[in-house]
Design a protein around this ligand. Structure first.
Ligand code: UDP
Length: 436
């Protein structure tokens, strides 16, 4: 059996007045024909990155709509996740090649997971497979009567061909694929139904729910941040594509101009990301002895509430990625009205169009200038943050993502009709959804 992640219950009705009405109204109609359908989201880890953040909110909302949905995890050991991180990096364009033994490790693990998938008695109408780690499972489970969807969250616009040539033959089995940007669709993708859907954040999750300012300050003081001093933060996995060392260099350039300035680097060490440890060690070495730099991790209890408080109370949040899928942290930050200095890569510009949200940068020098500019012009920073908040409200909240997903599921069910099932009532009432 695959492990099931326990996600609790959520109600879409509670998003009324927060997310756009048009999305909530659309969900009522879209879900009608899908109630009672069975759906699985399959991923590699229950915590520590954007996919787990998304699924924790999305899966209970599917259930609230009457689509009976599970979130399951593939099994993997350290050796497997070393290989999948290499595949992740290779698909984002890193040099190198997989050895025969790495390929064998990956495929042996995939076979075991496919057996677990098949031995699960439930027959799912739809399976969303998230990212490359479990991507070959559709091809290894051909007898399941399932509509397979590959959701690729990373930038696969220029994959290293040796990695792509290894993975691509296994993708034929998918009925549809979802990418964040059109330019991420890799050359010669063997899936004809391709959708472009941006991820989204949950405004009601513990990470994004408004915190009383007093509580947020206490939370930050508790983890060593002095809240009366200026603060710049980056929140992201310890991953070279997120360029945390570049953030340190940019901060060091700003510091002579703002002597009290603190830097917080909050990073989670995820189960499927063994490389995170070495990046973490490099960061510790590069910042040793500097009491104004705080390196914080999930392993010492920096979780959703702490990240919420950091994003809400920082003067500027940085996301200086050099390659990025979407960067949920940008929307999370803008939702709190805090301005962002973001790398001009992947989905970050989508979240920060002209004069909205903050400043886009390409280099360490530009990053430093943008930080300093926002620190010196708090009114402009506040205005950019406020525009960013509204942009996120319109485009990047969870109900909009559900609308996108349900449109796809309806389409796939029209191409290959679902077996008759007992209708599962949605747990919210139509009246609630329609704001009556
Ligand atoms: N995150 C967190 N704690 C950390 C670092 C990251 O909770 O120390 C969360 C962050 O708030 C966001 C997710 O992990 O929800 C990262 O998603 P993003 O899309 O920015 O990047 P990914 O990790 O998927 O590349």
């Amino acid at each position: 059996m695959l492990d099931v992640v326990d996600v609790g219950k959520r109600s879409l009705a509670t998003y009324r007045g927060i997310a756009p009405d048009s999305d909530l109204d659309a969900l009522h109609h879209l879900s009608e024909e899908l109630r009672g359908a069975r759906c699985m989201h399959l991923s590699a880890t229950p915590y520590g990155g954007g996919v787990s953040e998304l699924l924790r909110s999305l899966v209970p909302l599917y259930n609230d709509l009457g689509i009976v949905t599970d979130w399951k995890l593939i099994h993997g050991d350290e050796a497997f996740f070393q290989v999948t991180k290499r595949i992740h990096n290779g698909l984002q364009g890193a040099p190198g090649a997989l050895t025969e033994s790495e390929k064998a490790t990956y495929l042996a693990n995939a076979q075991l997971n496919a057996q677990r998938l098949v031995s699960d008695s439930e027959n799912y109408d739809f399976v969303f497979v998230h990212d490359p780690q479990p991507a070959v499972l559709a091809a290894l489970s051909p007898h399941l009567d399932t509509r397979w969807i590959w959701r690729c969250h990373i930038d696969t616009s220029h994959p290293n061909p040796t990695f792509w040539d290894f993975l691509a033959p296994y993708l034929h089995a998918y009925d549809a694929a979802i990418f964040t940007l059109r330019e991420f669709v890799p050359p010669q993708l063997p899936i004809s139904d391709v959708r472009i859907y941006a991820p989204s954040i949950d405004p009601l999750s513990p990470k994004n729910h408004p915190l009383p300012e007093r509580l947020a300050r206490d939370v930050l003081e508790w983890i060593g941040i002095r809240t009366h001093r200026p603060l710049v933060t980056q929140v992201s996995r310890f991953d070279r594509w997120k360029d945390p060392l570049g953030v340190v260099r940019a901060y060091q350039r700003v510091r002579p101009h703002v002597p009290d300035l603190q830097l917080a680097l909050a990073g989670s060490l995820a189960l499927d990301d063994p490389e995170g440890w070495s990046v973490y060690e490099e960061l510790r070495a590069a910042t040793a002895g500097d009491s104004l730099i705080h390196i914080l991790t999930n392993l010492v209890g920096v979780g959703n509430i702490e990240v919420n408080a950091l994003q809400a109370l920082s003067d500027v949040v940085v996301q200086k990625s050099v390659r990025e899928g979407f960067g949920l942290v940008v929307s999370e930050t803008l939702w709190k009205g805090t301005p962002v200095v973001g790398g001009r890569v992947g989905g970050i510009p989508l979240q920060m169009p002209d004069d909205t949200g903050g400043i886009l940068v390409d280099t360490v020098e530009e990053c430093a200038e943008a930080m300093l500019h926002l620190l010196r012009h708090p009114e402009e920073a506040q205005l950019l943050g406020a525009r960013g908040h509204e942009h996120v409200r319109q485009h990047f909240l969870m109900p909009r993502l559900l609308v996108d997903h349900l449109r796809l599921l309806k389409h796939l069910a029209s191409v290959r009709p679902l077996p008759p099932r007992g209708i599962v009532p949605a747990s919210f009432s139509a009246a609630n959804l329609q704001g009556v």
